[in-house]
Ligand binder design. Sequence first.
Ligand code: SF4
Length: 362
Amino acid sequence: MSKPLHDPLIEVKDLRVEFDVRAGIVKAVDGLTLTIHRGKTLGVIGESGCGKSMTARAILNMIPKPGKITNGEIIYHRRMKNSLESQVDDIIDLTKVDPDGKVIRQIRGGEIGMIFQEPMSSLTPVYTAGVHINEAVSLHHLVPLQKVGDQIGEQVQAHRKVTKEESRVIAIDMLRRVGIPKPEERVDNYPHQLSGGQRQRVMIAVALSCEPAMLIADEPTTALDVSIEAQILDIMRDLQQSANMAIMFITHNLGVIASMAEEIVVMYMGKAVEQGKVLEIFQNPKHPYTQALLRSIPKLGKKKTGERLASITGMVPDPFNLPTGCVFHPRCPMFMAGKCDKIAPQWKKVGEDHSVSCLLYE
Ligand code: SF4
C-alpha cells in the first residue's frame, strides 16, 4: 500500500487564468484546485489546450501576456533554514509575488525546476551542456550555442554559492547521474552534438542541478522513443527518491502517468473534472471523459484483434463560446438532455481521495 499523502508543498486554490483578447475572454484555467505533496508525483492529464501547461506557468508566475491570474491562490510552503539551522516553512502566495522580483527568481529554477518536451528549443545551441540565467533558464531552455556544461554551471551559480570550478564539477556529476556517457567530455559539447535523448537528459540535469523541491515536467518524454522514455522516467524516479522531490507530471499519456504518479488530476477546458489516487482512477474511473481517455490507451498483453482504439468523439469546443452547463456535454456519451446542458456540475466525493465533477453522481 502506498504511503498516505501529506506534507503539502504547493496548494493551488480556485485558480483562474484568463486571456482578454479582441475576440473575447479565454478562460485558460477555470477554478482549479489541487495539492502537490513533497516527495510525491501528481499527474495532470488532458488534451492539448486543457490548461495543464498554463497551470504550471502560473505556479512559476510566468503567464504570457495578455494572460493574467484573475482569481485564486498558489500557496508555496517554502522550506527555509532559520538562524538555529532548523527548518521552518515560509508560506508564500506565488500569485502575489512580483513576477520579475528577486523572490520568484530564486524560486524559479532554484526551488522549482521545469522541463519541457522539446529540448532543442530549450537547450541553447551556442552553449555547451550547462545553464543560463534569463527567463529561458528559468524554463530550462537549452541555449544552442552554449556548451551544455556551461549551461548547467550557470544555473548552479545563479542559485548556489559555488565557484565556476565547483559548478563545473557539479555539472559533470549531474551529467553522470542522468546517464550521459563520458560526462567529462560531454560537458564541453554543444546541444547539437548530442542526440535527442541526451539533450533531454541534459535538460533534466539542468532542472535538477539545484536540487529543487519540485520538478514540473511538461510532456518531458513525448518526443522520445519508448526505450529512451523508460530510461528518463527511471532517472526522474531515482532522483525523486534521493531528494524527496515533488513532481508535477503533465501529459496526455495515461500509460506514462500510471507508472509515475500517486495521484491524478484530469483536466478538460481549464477545469479539473476528476481527481484521485492513480489506482482508483484507473480501476474505477467515474467521469465519462476519464473513461474515454482510458479506453484510448493500448492495453499491454492484449491480443491484436484488428479492433481500433477508441477515440473521444467530437471536437474540443470553441474557447470563446463554451457550452452551457457541463462543458463536456457536446461530446459526452452519457449526456442527459435538459440537465447536462443547463447545470454546471459541482465536485462530488465518490470514494476516499476520489472526487468527480459530473451530474451523474449528484
Ligand atoms: Fe456527461 Fe453530463 Fe457528466 Fe457532463 S455532467 S460529464 S455531460 S454526464
